[in-house]
Design a protein around this ligand. Structure first.
Ligand code: AMP
Length: 582
């Protein structure tokens, strides 16, 4: 397949903002790709080179990309930089300069998808001292043979910002239509267990629906996490749970899924990245505690005070993820405990059995040690008991409780009422914190001139796969945060609204939903401007968060799709009304 074919599809995708059209363009693409190429097509459409857990990054910085563009076009780096300043996106720079480039040489070869993918893959795999030069050569090799539009998308893929706005869920829809008679549920189940859309596409392409029935949990390959709904009173929780449930402490740290086999341990974040190398102490703890032969367990990793056993605030866990500290120093200064709360595999797939049975299995294969504990849990059937246990959890330094249905199976990748979070309200007069995605920004004025003055924030509608605007956020930013925002957002800037964003408000700058912030809301109100849950509670009205304030917490552990959902906001709004009525 020629690279230009896939670029043509990218162009068509960029033309539309309607999800149905996006899906049908993708269906067309998938139906016309050979099965041995579909994996590459899917990864590139996701803007990746493989599933997240492989951590494949092309690994080439802006400076080198500028150099590669310059060298391949025969233009000085300075000139490329100038264009970059003007256009603000390296893809567009490559596109513009390719036009000005002298004729391609006689030796030019049309680019094939295979060649593009292989060069990018080799770039990702390079390491060591000469790696940068080799990456530069590999990129130049491609740029030399690029047409204008090919150059644009190639560079966007290399910078990790394909900017197509194609969500995994849209790709899933298209795969289900193209190969599985529209049986979306089955395709999604397969994806939840193996987290690799390329692999699923290939299996579907080769054998249709039958191809994915055998997808099973494999140790070493992350499973998409089960998620929780939220409610704000113990009465509602018990009612929803049929009068009885398990209540577990909600630890405030980092979710970790641990895969263990013989003496090997792999740790995955909630975003399914491999984070084993950052937590050698957890790995060691698991090797000591794990008594089974193989298994997959899940828990929350929290920084603790070794002297008092006290849990430390959420922010501290980030010191274990960044590069600010040397690893050994960080392990000493920020010691952690992993509180396990589920067991998904013990040689057998346990996701289909009940919560209660899974907890028993967990108890059977884990012997607690300093580093590895099992989450505190209590079965409750009484409002007062639940409230009391909630207070115990807060007292212990937790964020609240997660109520779990005793009979429920583990619903990988799904948010449902089988798990309900019950979080502390941080201050009496405020509703709660929410996690929102940045989708736009407004130019700063006065003291904030030259920075972004406020951000346009959106929640996620998981039914329509769209980000709906919910507030303009300008409070809670320190100078340090103001400086950091453009850095974190730079790569996600777009010329126009992302097709997955719904907003009446027109900010000065648009961004693809990517960065998630924790926001403390004052009040939720009906709004004619904002689009969260539009038309659900009242015709022509959405929901807005009033008096929003950034808590200082970047939710780097969350993908934009993990942001608070419109459904949750609607429930928070209803709970707030009830409180006012009381
Ligand atoms: P939130 O991040 O506010 O959406 O809350 C859900 C998260 O709480 C999960 O993804 C886990 O990382 C975390 N969590 C902490 N304790 C538990 C627990 N006992 N059971 C399930 N999730 C937990």
């Amino acid at each position: 397949m020629d690279y230009k074919e896939i670029v043509k599809t990218y162009e068509a995708l960029e033309e539309t903002t309607k999800r149905l059209e996006l899906t049908s363009i993708l269906v067309d693409l998938f139906e016309n790709v050979k099965c041995d190429e579909i994996k590459r097509v899917v990864y590139l459409t996701q803007g990746k080179l493989g599933p997240d857990y492989l951590g494949l990054e092309v690994g080439i910085g802006e400076k080198l990309i500028i150099k590669a563009i310059g060298e391949s076009m025969g233009i000085a780096d300075k000139k490329v930089q100038e264009e970059y300043r003007k256009l603000g996106d390296l893809g567009s720079v490559a596109e513009a300069l390719t036009e000005k480039r002298a004729q391609r040489t006689l030796f030019s070869q049309p680019l094939t998808l295979k060649r593009v993918f292989e060069n990018l893959f080799r770039m990702a795999k390079k390491s060591g001292s000469g790696a940068q030069r080799e990456r530069l050569n590999l990129l130049e090799d491609l740029l030399n043979d690029c047409s204008r539009s090919e150059a644009k998308y190639l560079i966007r893929t290399v910078t990790g910002k394909a900017r197509l706005g194609i969500a995994d869920m849209t790709i899933l829809d298209a795969l289900a239509i193209a190969f599985a008679d529209g049986d979306r549920a089955r395709v999604e189940r397969a994806y939840n267990l193996c987290s690799d859309l390329g692999e699923i596409a290939e299996m579907l392409c080769k054998n249709g629906k039958k191809g994915i029935v055998d997808i099973k949990i494999e140790v070493g390959i992350p499973i998409r996490s089960m998620l929780a709904e939220r409610l704000s009173s113990p009465e509602e929780i018990l009612e929803k749970m049929g009068g009885r449930c398990a209540a577990e402490y909600k630890y405030d740290g980092l979710r970790i899924q641990a895969h263990i086999e013989d003496n090997h341990v792999k740790l995955f974040s909630r975003r399914l990245e491999d984070i084993t190398s950052q937590f050698p102490d957890v790995k060691e703890g698991l090797l000591k505690s794990f008594k089974g032969k193989e298994g997959v367990v899940e828990g929350e990793c929290v920084v603790v005070n070794l002297n008092t056993g006290e849990m430390r605030p959420f922010q501290q866990i980030s010191h274990r993820r960044g590069r600010k500290y040397e690893l050994t120093e960080a392990i000493e200064e920020y010691p952690v405990t992993l509180f396990l709360f589920d067991c998904l595999y013990d040689g057998e797939d346990l996701t289909g059995i009940s919560y209660q049975e899974r907890r028993e299995k967990l108890g059977g294969i884990i012997e607690e040690c300093d580093k590895i504990k099992i989450s505190t849990v209590k079965v409750v059937d009484d409002v007062e008991e639940l409230e009391k246990f909630f207070e115990d959890a807060i007292e212990a330094g937790c964020e609240g409780l997660i109520a779990k249905s005793l009979e429920s199976s583990y619903k990988a990748g799904a948010r449902g009422w089988q798990w309900i979070k019950y979080k502390r309200e941080y201050r009496a007069e405020l509703v709660d914190t929410v996690d929102l995605a940045i989708v736009g920004a407004f130019a700063g004025r006065g003291r904030r001139k030259g920075w972004y003055g406020a951000l346009l924030m959106a929640c996620y509608n998981d039914e329509t796969d769209v980000f709906e605007s919910v507030c303009k956020l300008g409070t809670g930013f320190t100078d340090e945060v103001l400086k950091e925002i453009p850095k974190k957002l730079g790569d996600f800037k777009r010329d126009a609204k992302d097709p997955r964003v719904e907003s009446e408000m027109e900010p000065d700058y648009w961004f693809s939903p990517s960065v998630v912030l924790e926001v403390l809301g004052g009040e939720i109100t009906l709004s004619p401007i904002h689009r969260a849950g539009y038309g659900v509670l009242k015709k022509d009205s959405g929901l807005a968060i009033r008096f929003p304030r950034f808590t200082g917490r970047w939710r780097e552990d969350k993908k934009p799709e993990d942001a608070t959902t419109s459904k949750e906001l609607i429930e928070m709004y209803s709970a707030q009304l009830k409180r006012i009525e009381e």
